[in-house]
Design a protein around this ligand. Structure first.
Ligand SMILES: [Zn+2]
Length: 465
């Protein structure tokens, strides 16, 4: 187990001087630009249409300024044009090793074809990231992500196998069984969405299990913004007695695109795996200064099967390059992914993400696990209100503290006022809060759907998480 004391998976790579790394990144970018231009009709047509040729790109600044971005809808169209994998498949069909896809909650899933060599790169990259987060060969990794089209869980599986840890691939569902097997096997690591980790915590409590005293010591949480929100992370860490690692999942890119290290100072951006830029929200060919908020743009440096060049998922974040105590020289996203632009809510002039509402609620003691943001049209105006569960220890069935105050209604009204005040401070407007009993709101075992859009016509369904 001596290898367990090594702090780095690949020390020269992880601690390289940023200027040296930038040279290597640019060499890879050039090779990728040539590859996609000559191998795929999709990129040739896109660059010809924009009047740009790979030879025009002489430095990283050129790359940002001249190369157009790729969006999800462009990929969807390409797969309709040339089924099943689109005209951006750079390898032969018989070289495809895995087929994965988006969760496809709104329409047909976009498919990801991944070649053998690419999957080996994915495993190596995620092993490096997971090692930085503290995963070691003696760990038992319980995967509570769905093991289906969604690629996130498979990335954890590949990384754990590469590190030499034991894998317990349970998938989602059967929450009581998850907890029973966790205790029986002694799982030391949990991989799940943050919302499912919180739900499992409620289930453990109902089962009379002291989760904080259990075997888990580390958790990888992603697929939603949750684990990047301080108050959510605190709830998960305190409840389970573990160290919570936030990771980003942009399935078009990687099962895990970014990940925190053990220091948990924001997700590291592994620039020599996927070159990552932060650009203006309204102009993807203009970088924002380091530290400022903008939209993230990713580029595969190694992918051969379906390479993404300047992929624009529509996520808002900011990047910093201050040194991390871990010694890695990769920059970081100190706030995680702040939100997906498609999910941005605009109510009475205030703009906010569902994650901001979650942060405020998780920071309010007495608020339970599940909540909903209900959007409605009142006259000509969009309005939002919050439905939230209160904690089991509050409410009409007795608070159990035996102090005889008895008045659950009074306490709930006070809790709602506290939550409203926190929300007003966070989003800038009043969002009325109504409290419901624990267990009243439906639980999703994968990605939570917490925005209920009841606005007529144009409002449509809630945005895909
Ligand atoms: Zn670090």
């Amino acid at each position: 187990m001596s290898s367990g004391h090594r702090p780095y998976w690949d020390e020269p790579r992880e601690t390289m001087a940023p200027a040296e790394r930038a040279l290597r990144i640019f060499a890879r970018l050039k090779a990728q630009l040539d590859y996609v231009y000559h191998r795929t009709p999709f990129y040739k047509a896109l660059y010809d249409r924009h009047g740009v040729h790979p030879d025009d790109i002489r430095n990283l600044e050129d790359f940002t300024a001249k190369i157009p971005v790729v969006t999800k809808s462009m990929l969807r169209e390409a797969q309709e044009r040339q089924p099943p994998f689109g005209d951006y498949l750079g390898i032969e069909r018989d070289q495809v090793m895995r087929v994965q896809g988006t969760s496809g909650t709104t329409g047909a899933p976009t498919l990801f074809a991944i070649g053998r060599e690419d999957w080996a790169h994915i495993a190596e990259a995620q092993a490096m990231q997971s090692w930085a987060a503290g995963l070691r060969p003696h760990d038992i990794v319980q995967i509570a992500f769905p093991l289906g089209l969604f690629v996130g869980g498979w990335g954890h599986l590949a990384a754990a196998e590469r590190i030499g840890a034991s894998v317990l691939p349970l998938g989602t569902g059967g929450s009581e069984r998850q907890i029973e097997i966790m205790r029986r096997v002694g799982s030391s690591v949990l991989c799940a969405t943050p919302s499912y980790a919180l739900h499992l915590l409620d289930v453990a409590t109902e089962m009379g299990v002291d989760a904080a005293a259990g075997p888990l010591r580390l958790g990888f949480f992603g697929g939603e913004p949750g684990a990047g929100i301080a108050s959510v992370k605190r709830r998960i860490e305190d409840g389970w007695g573990l160290k919570a690692i936030d990771f980003g999942n942009v399935a078009e890119l990687h099962p895990c695109s970014n990940m925190e290290c053990e220091e948990r100072t924001g997700m590291h951006v592994y620039q020599d795996v996927d070159y990552t830029e932060i650009v203006r929200l309204d102009q993807a060919n203009e970088a924002v200064p380091m530290g400022e908020r903008g939209a993230v743009v990713y580029t595969h440096l190694w992918r051969k099967s379906q390479p993404m060049m300047r992929y624009f998922p529509g996520d808002e974040t900011r990047m910093i390059d201050e040194p991390c105590p871990c010694g890695r020289t990769y920059p970081r996203l100190p706030d995680g992914i702040i939100g997906r632009l498609d999910d941005l809510l605009i109510v009475r002039g205030a703009k906010f993400y569902p994650s901001t509402v979650e942060a405020a609620l998780r920071d309010t003691p007495g608020i339970g696990t599940e909540f909903r943001i209900v959007l409605e049209r009142v006259g000509a105006l969009d309005e939002a209100r919050i439905e939230a569960e209160h904690a089991p220890t509050l409410g009409g069935d007795g608070d159990g503290d035996g102090d005889g105050d008895g008045d659950g209604g009074e306490r709930l009204a006070g809790l709602a006022r506290t939550a409203e005040a926190r929300l007003r401070a966070a989003v800038g407007i009043r969002l009325p809060v109504s409290l419901v009993a624990p267990g009243k709101l439906e639980v999703m075992e994968f990605k939570a759907r917490r925005v209920i859009d009841r606005r007529p016509a144009l409002g449509g369904e809630g945005a895909e998480p």
